[in-house]
Design a protein around this ligand. Sequence first.
Ligand code: ATP
Length: 479
Amino acid sequence: MTNILIVDDDREVGNFLNYFLKEKGLNVYMAYSGKDFCELFEKQSYQLALIDVKLPDTSGLDILKNITEKMPACKTIVMTGYSTVKVAVDAIKLGANDFIEKPFDDLDALEMTIDQLLANKVTTAESDIQELARTSGIITGKSDTMNRLLALAYKIAPKNINVLIEGETGTGKELFANFLHYASQRNGQPFIGINCGALSESLLESELFGHEKGAFTGASKERRGVFELAGKGTLFLDEVGEASMSTQVKLLRVLETGEFMRVGGETVQKTNTRIVAATHVDLTEAVKNRAFREDLLYRLDVVKLVIPPLRERREDIPLIANHLLNKAEEKIQLSEEAAELMQQYDWPGNVRELSNVIKRTLTIMDEGSSMISPRHLPVNIRTGKLLLIEKAKPTEATFEEYLKKWTDDMLDVWRAEEKVEMEMILNKVKDLEREIGRAFVLKVLKETIGDRQDAAKRLNISMRKLRYLLNEKGQPSVK
Ligand SMILES: Nc1ncnc2c1ncn2[C@@H]1O[C@H](COP(=O)(O)OP(=O)(O)OP(=O)(O)O)[C@@H](O)[C@H]1O
């Protein structure tokens, strides 16, 4: 028998869920407070818990933590009102499987969520997320932060809430907005993006809300704005922090009432467009500096997705670079050394910069060459690595010091009167061999600006031997 636990102090909601779930043949248990929950939780195991975030004697999030820690197989759904949607996002981060908004206006969706969780369809969701990410153009591999972010975006996408995407320039904010659109029920409707920083105030307002004929000089015909064009789809407001104060007031009105008027118009129009806004600046700071309206930020930032810069997910760099390369020129590959240099670099312009570097590199490749090697990369990327080699490379003074210390130690052993351990002496000789090998490789790598193939050629050794001499496992700094 499937046991369901409902934790909600609102008896009407409780009764409704009780009836709804019993009709489905499920065993339902009701807790109206934290105290009730503790008693019921001790008694038996549950397959699903529906938890209200606001309870009279405890917080729904504490109950959630309790369940995820002590009964990890129990699926969890958090229930929120509009004012507590932000808490729901925290709940997802804490491990809740989903959240639903009260009042429940879409019972089919609620039933589907419950059925899927009870059928353990989590793996379907994972492959769905990967598929949607690919459709939206987002390439990601092992980066935990990105995968968690995609999972969170996937869960909030079908909900009727606005999302704010924060991230440095070129991190893929627009791709995430696309992902949210594709993952929502709005995916059959238009997705329209508009950059609030690229247009003058009057042009932006006319683009957003449309205008009537004769509204301003040059308005020879009436024109629909993106709110009308997007309809029930998604509107992506890029660089929303750049909108003027007057435009911010108009945006706030749409968000509060769902109403707007065309420029020069007198008829109020209704909209049901979902807003996904993006910014590369910290809007909380902008509010402090009075450059952005606090009430508008509150409306836009119901859920915030913060996309990490590329340097905080270096494991994704070769993957994205190879993807961009395949798209542009199928036959050319990235050498291991070039990929390593790219991973060391900080990419202030993020994926957009990476994409530009790939494009530029392809234009300077010699005809017939099929491999991007370090010498093809821009000097700033090569020198990023150089700094690391510089740090790892022993100077002549430290090398000399090492040799002297080694000789002194060996002479001490030679002169000592106690019995000699041959094993210890041979280990010291191995140490010397390793240090000398590594020092010479690093010296030559500096001359070849990090090009390992060239360094191996100059030293007349194989690449395998070069890696062995660098003792890479023990020397992460020169990887
Ligand atoms: N994870 C990714 N995988 C593949 N391509 C990506 C990824 N992230 C970003 N890109 C590419 O990088 C470029 C910049 O992405 P996008 O325009 O979405 O960034 P943005 O954060 O919106 O930039 P801006 O703040 O400058 O508007 C695009 O060409 C996009 O296709």
